[in-house]
Design a protein around this ligand. Structure first.
Ligand code: NIG
Ligand code: FE
Length: 420
């Protein structure tokens, strides 16, 4: 295995409080780093750096742990820019637009979806994201959810089954789907011959999601998620969400929840009660929600790109942090509520609009995301961890929020001679 010594680091954020300035970010100046294959082999002061096979000199740029985007919906086709324009003219988001993406996604070929997904993954990597979670939820039939999971699994290990995204609209499970199966059989994967799925009544769809769809999808997913939002006529109430999550857990999946996005409701407390790894959005919280999160292992993942793109009030990050809740930041990249894959934008919004310090926001976008995915191999730059590193065209991490909209962050390609 080739070892690479990285020098010329203006500032190194390790997220390891045992090193550097003693802060939660574990900041080192005059640092060097040695990478051995995919792993970090050594971190310390440049004057004590060991020799290595190759060397990269960064010329004073800062290094931070690669961003961990723990919440995206990247497998989709179609365009909902008109819905965004309507919102900017005053209409409200309630999840109804998801049906348009479901129709466009079902109509897309495997190759088209694969190309769209590859472009989105390249886009987020170019902005410093090194780990991405990807949800399904724009298929809503057995075959289409499986297809989305297989495609997501081609680009990440963090795959999430979101068959319980919304109730499919009436008439969306018939002949059009059979045609789609015939065109894709043998490509991203098919469960067999044409199938007519259960009806679109709520109970019938829940039976499908927790029955055959879950059985087919679970082997290809690490997580299960549900849009628990009684305030939306398209999403799921507390009892329905509990049914979905308990079935997912029984199938061996870890739990995640979309909760409290549109109004206060049961999502956060259900997620905590069931031991979910993360409850995401947390835009509208009541006191008991914060109390429940504070005493739990459930991460509150905030998605301020959604509030930006839906012109909604931002979540109260300060209240969560002051209560001792573990907070993560993610993009929620999707065609409806936030068509941005930019973790730097999310960090800037968290700092400017949600009262987080630059250090808190960076930690939440890296180590916080790792906790939301229950991963201890990422989010921290220390010996033995993955060498998932983001380089900034700037001298310190403060510039991520200080220079909003400027493309200063990118995933570090560990190829000697590439960085100068
Ligand atoms: O996380 N809230 C539910 N799902 C997505 C939006 C999906 C869409 O509108 O296409 C979200 O915001
Ligand atoms: Fe989402």
């Amino acid at each position: 295995m080739t070892t690479t010594l990285i020098t010329g680091i203006g500032e190194l954020v390790t997220n390891d409080p045992a090193v550097g300035d003693g802060s939660r970010l574990g900041l080192l100046t005059d640092a060097a780093l040695v990478i051995d294959g995919d792993a970090i082999a050594w971190v310390g002061s440049a004057v004590r750096a060991p020799t290595a096979d190759a060397r990269i000199h960064l010329g004073g740029r800062a290094l931070v742990p690669g961003f961990v985007d723990s919440h995206t919906h990247l497998v989709f086709a179609g365009d909902r820019a008109g819905e965004f324009a309507a919102r900017m003219a005053g209409s409200r988001y309630d999840g109804g637009g998801i049906a348009a993406t479901v129709a466009a996604t079902r109509a897309a070929t495997d190759d088209h979806l694969r190309a769209l997904l590859a472009a989105r993954v390249a886009e987020l990597r170019a902005q410093g994201t090194t780990t991405v979670e990807i949800k399904t939820g724009y298929g809503l039939t057995v075959t289409e959810e499986l297809r989305a999971l297989r495609l997501a699994g081609e680009v990440t290990a963090e795959t999430t089954f979101l068959g319980a995204h919304v109730m499919p609209t009436a008439g969306s499970t018939g002949g059009e789907r059979v045609d789609r199966q015939e065109r894709t059989a043998g490509a991203a994967g098919s469960t067999g011959g044409p199938r007519v799925d259960a009806g679109t009544d709520r109970d019938g769809y829940l039976r499908l999601v927790t029955g055959e769809m879950l059985a087919v999808c679970a082997p290809h997913a690490r997580w299960i998620d549900v849009f628990c939002e009684p305030a939306s006529p398209h999403a799921f109430d507390a009892d329905e969400a509990r049914t979905v999550l308990e079935a997912g857990r029984a199938a061996g999946l870890g739990l995640r929840v979309h909760g409290n996005q549109l109004a206060t409701g049961p999502g956060v407390r259900l997620a905590v009660e069931l031991g979910a790894a993360s409850v995401d959005h947390c835009t509208h919280l009541a006191g008991p929600d914060v109390d429940a999160l504070a005493g739990s292992a459930t991460v509150a993942t905030l998605l301020p790109g959604v509030e930006f793109s839906t012109r909604s009030p931002y979540p109260d990050a300060r209240r969560l942090l002051d209560a001792g809740v573990t907070v993560a930041l993610a993009t929620d990249c999707n065609p409806g509520t936030c068509y941005s894959s930019s973790m730097p934008l999310v960090i800037a919004l968290a700092v400017r609009e949600m009262g987080m310090t630059p250090a808190e926001a960076l930690w939440a976008a890296t180590a916080g995301g790792a906790r939301a995915l229950r991963r201890d191999d990422i989010g921290v730059l220390a010996p033995g961890r993955r060498a998932d590193i983001t380089v900034l065209d700037a001298p310190s991490h403060l510039h991520i929020a200080y220079r909003p909209g400027v493309p200063i962050a990118r995933a570090l390609e560990i190829e000697p001679g590439r960085e100068t």
